[in-house]
Design a protein around this ligand. Structure first.
Ligand code: ADP
Ligand code: MG
Length: 363
């Protein structure tokens, strides 16, 4: 059974051996402010945080700050944390096939530090004082001891100040803010037991209580009506593959596929096969050109899914994709048919106006 690994102790950071580093699907992970937010929140979640506060100024170009109450970084490891391929999450090449954390490549902090002014304040639970580190464009400027609550507070200022070319690729502030909202929404949907708060330009734009109630998150990400009407998949049987989550009833739909959301072992991913399986499950229930809203979470043994195939870790490779697709299709279909509103018309009316093709679905 899969359980995300949250390290209860402060795991120590090591530089990955060459063999592991070269097996990593490395890439430019930091494309835009939202990628910084994603990487910093992943680190907070991997550290077991139950409260994560995110603050954004000028759509993340001026300041991105993420504060967590996770296990913190040991004072001796703080400098290592911003080095390339330095991670506490992988020990050997074999671990790459049994990933239980969101991060594992040890390159996010170093990539971010290389293109910004980074300030890190962290205190591990087993130390009395915190550590403070300042890095600019990859160069360590200052390190010292500082009073701090347990946990980690990372502040990124002036993103891409030294890479004007990258700055040019940043879209309008509005677009970047929307992307940041979207990233935080996904984390909240995948982690209802964690309290998130996001404030953009000094105004709170998202908040979740961490109560574990998925309908609360659905209401905050979408709206109250949708949260009320989304249909929950029945609890799965505890088999090797588990699917749970929420699907929209056919009358609540969208004109695009963007709200068909998947998480695999707690990680938001995109997958054409999973999407097709969901669309198949809605077949004949939705008009052509209309798409459902889904928040579906798949849990499978970590060795059944390769998460090291995409630079931004936004895609995975399943060992038995067909099995997963058909399981998903059947689970969603059964949920939708089981919840179909009881016919309000008499039996005869019910069959009127249906083509023979539609009628299959009423059996
Ligand atoms: P990765 O997450 O792939 O290990 P990162 O560059 O994101 O690589 O982080 C490097 C290391 O720094 C992590 O392995 C972890 O030990 C430590 N770290 C980073 N952020 C945090 C945090 N918020 N809380 C605790 N430890 C952290
Ligand atoms: Mg990371």
């Amino acid at each position: 059974m899969y359980n995300r690994l949250i390290m209860s102790d402060v795991a120590r950071i090591k530089i990955l051996p060459e063999a592991v580093a070269s097996a990593i699907a490395a890439g430019e992970v930091i494309e835009r402010p939202a990628s910084v937010v994603k990487e910093l929140v992943e680190n907070a979640l991997d550290a077991g945080a139950t409260r994560i506060a995110i603050e954004i100024d000028q759509a993340g170009t001026a300041r991105i700050a993420v504060q967590d109450n996770g296990h913190g970084i040991h004072s001796d490891d703080v400098v290592l944390a911003v080095e390339r391929y330095a991670t506490s999450k992988l020990q050997s090449p074999a671990d790459l096939f049994n990933i239980r954390t969101l991060g594992f490549r040890g390159e996010a902090l170093s990539s971010i530090a290389a293109v910004s002014r980074l300030e890190l304040i962290t205190r591990s639970h087993d130390e009395a004082r915190g550590t403070h580190l300042k890095v600019e464009g990859g160069e360590i400027l200052d390190k010292g001891s500082i009073g701090s609550p347990p946990g980690t507070h990372v502040t990124i200022r002036d993103l891409f100040f030294n890479v004007p070319a990258r700055r040019k690729f940043i879209k309008s502030e509005r677009t970047e803010r929307r992307r940041i909202n979207q990233v935080v929404h996904r984390f909240a949907l995948a982690n209802p037991q964690v309290a998130f708060s996001l404030s953009q330009e000094g105004r709170q734009s998202f908040e979740s209580s961490g109560s574990g109630d998925m309908r609360e998150i659905l209401a905050r990400v979408f709206d109250l009506e949708l949260a009320r009407e989304m249909i929950e998949l029945p609890v799965s049987d505890g088999g090797e593959y588990q699917i749970h989550g929420f699907v929209s009833p056919p009358h609540l739909n969208r004109s695009n596929r963007q709200e068909i959301t998947f998480f695999v072992n707690g990680r938001w991913i995109q997958d054409a096969g999973l999407k097709a399986a969901v669309l198949q499950a809605y077949h004949t229930l939705l008009m052509v050109g209309r798409y459902p809203i889904t928040v579906l979470s798949l849990k499978l043994p970590p060795d059944q899914v390769d998460v090291n195939v995409h630079p931004a870790k936004a895609e995975v490779r399943f060992q038995a994709p067909q099995k997963i697709f058909s399981l998903l299709q059947r689970a969603v279909r059964a949920t939708l048919l089981g919840q179909a509103a009881p016919p309000r018309v008499n039996f005869q009316d019910r069959w009127q106006g249906l083509t023979s093709e539609d009628s299959h679905d009423w059996q």
